[in-house]
Design a protein around this ligand. Sequence first.
Ligand code: PLP
Length: 393
Amino acid sequence: MQLAKRVGTLTPSTTLAITAKAKQMKAEGYDVIGLGAGEPDFNTPQHIIDAAVASMEEGHTKYTPSGGLPALKKEVAAKLKRDQGLEYGVKEIIVTNGAKHALYTLFQVLLDEGDEVIIPTPYWVSYPEQVKLAGGVPVYIEGAEANNFKVTPDQLKQAVTEQTKAVIINSPSNPTGMIYSKEELKALGDVCIEKGILIISDEIYEKLVYGGHKHVSVAEISDKLKERTIIINGVSKSHSMTGWRIGYAAGNSEIIGAMTDLASHSTSNPTSNAQYATIAAYSGTQAPVEEMRTAFEERLNIIHQKLVDIPGITCIKPQGAFYLFPNVKDAAKLAGCKDVDEFVEKLLTEAQVAVVPGSGFGSPDNIRLSYATSLELLEAAVERIRDYIQSKQ
Ligand code: PLP
């Protein structure tokens, strides 16, 4: 079958590939510890589940407006006001089938063939693929490990061309867990104002911040920055609702309107009962969000220390999200591997620990470990990694 050219360039997700291999090994009876997960290991809080059930029993099982229920858009607006001090009208918000779909739809309405989107590395795996699917060209700038994996205003300035439409800022970051400070965001934002490009601000890990670090949205810095920012967020990570598929975009009403038109011909609407659940998530108690954050922080503090105690491994301490992104170049050498990809393969087959190679995120010397799993398993996994490296010397 001759498939369309546009899918020919698609790179399969490295995260999903390693997860699939780990699952297969588990099915074959191997005791694999999976640290590939991109989702919280807690169930959705009960009051949110109850709200979804009640909505179905009340008959809310039909199509909703394409851009989401007005009542939910109002809750999203209230959330943005409460957390970021930002005012958005309902025409400036679209509810989507997850944040991933918000991004996908955004690139579809924004990009013409050849338009460029600047993507700082290491990046979340779907950004380049989504840009390419929309006919756009990903342009990478390196968030150097020596600069805490963050890009500088000079790098951004130099990457902008006549074709540049937007830059993506993902803070807290998947995979590095780093957070841009208000000052850093302002400096990057000033370049965007000067060059006239949009900022796509992916804030999906907003609620998962540690060590007293704070999440700041670039849109809250000034009206000028708000005007050129599209905020992407959702409840997947904050409320442990990955399977419900509810996200949103907030920003310029013309862009949001086009996204809504596109959604009307593609998804029709986000699932109705998931939207009612999200109303409860935003209007009800936020205590479970903080409980989950505290649990992640406790794990981070323990596991990060154990990890950096392993010879050959260095790891900048993440400030948010639920990933560690250690540099294992030396550890791979110590273990006799030719590169980090081979080290990841060996960790799975010989130590039975599944991690994601950094090459998939544009950072080939690193690996990504998710700590969205129990402390007991995390400790066992880190011990296996240490023992494996030691056994090769
Ligand atoms: N953005 C980043 C940086 C992510 O890591 C993810 C999920 O892994 C998403 C967006 C997508 O989230 P959602 O589940 O809401 O589609």
